[in-house]
Design a binder for this molecule. Structure first.
Ligand SMILES: Nc1ncnc2c1ncn2[C@@H]1O[C@H](COP(=O)(O)OP(=O)(O)O)[C@@H](O)[C@H]1O
Ligand SMILES: [Mg+2]
Length: 238
């Protein structure tokens, strides 16, 4: 595969919680402007990889490079300032704050541009402007996911990491969230997308990675992985 324009590289990552390793030498690369989908069974370590890239877990082995800088072990705050945003699967909004307050919280380290960024996010998610004074907990699941993505975009990231953004959403919202991800990507943001909706994710992604029991077992062009009959049977429900 084309090795130019790699902006993020996780190499041979071993990490876990306490004594127990969950990732065993996992690797992944992201090129500029691409959507990378990470799929695989529950418990494979997909969320653990995102947490490690964002500095929430410190790997015992392996290195994470952003461009050519080794960012392994930096704090989440430092990593956010370097241009990586992360939307965790759960607890990704402040339920009691309004939509607008949630977005303001997302922009806390770049205060001077807050108003401008909020306008841009309202252009991407017009429904959030209509509801800007409502508390986030009063919104639908799909709208709460938009708030979470909007918050992550407040820092104008180069890379956006999304952990199962379509989980639990009605089909209509699933396709809407996927369309928004493509729109964000078209503005020049690289995306790392962890998904249970594997078929949809691989259709949309430039590159797909399949994770099984703490390792990347296969990667390739998203659509080619989809057409691979073995993968279809094992991971896409036939
Ligand atoms: N905070 C935690 N403490 C201990 N073990 C955890 C924690 N989070 C996840 N795990 C374990 O790590 C493994 C991988 O989890 P995870 O990365 O969430 O997988 P995936 O996102 O692929 O479903 C699972 O066996 C899970 O039980
Ligand atoms: Mg997960």
């Amino acid at each position: 595969m084309d090795n130019r324009n790699i902006i993020l590289k996780a190499e041979n990552i071993t990490v876990g919680y306490g004594e127990k390793d969950i990732l065993h030498g996992a690797s992944m690369e992201v090129r500029k402007n691409e959507i990378v989908a990470i799929i695989g069974p529950n418990g494979a370590g997909k969320s653990t990889l995102l947490k490690t890239i964002f500095g929430l877990l410190k790997p015992s082995r392996g290195t994470i490079f952003l461009e050519h800088e080794n960012i392994t072990g930096l704090s989440p705050d430092a990593i956010a300032r370097k241009g990586i945003s992360y939307v965790p699967q759960v607890d990704n909004i402040f339920p009691s704050l309004t939509v607008k307050e949630n977005l303001e919280m997302g922009g806390f380290i770049r205060k001077e541009q807050t108003a401008e960024r909020i306008s841009e996010i309202f252009r991407l998610f017009p429904v959030l402007e209509e509801k800007k004074h409502q508390r986030a907990k009063e919104l639908s699941g799909g709208q709460r996911q938009m708030v979470a993505m909007g918050r992550a975009l407040m820092l104008d990231p180069d890379i956006l990491m999304l952990d199962e953004p379509s989980a639990g959403l009605a089909p209509k919202f699933v396709s809407m969230i996927f369309e928004k991800i493509c729109e964000i990507n078209a503005k020049g943001v690289s995306i790392i997308l962890v998904e249970q909706n594997a078929r949809e994710a691989l259709t949309m992604a430039h590159t797909g990675y399949i994770f099984v029991t703490g390792k990347n077992v296969l990667h390739g062009i998203g659509k080619e992985l989809l057409e691979n009959p073995e993968i279809g049977q094992l991971y896409l429900g036939g």
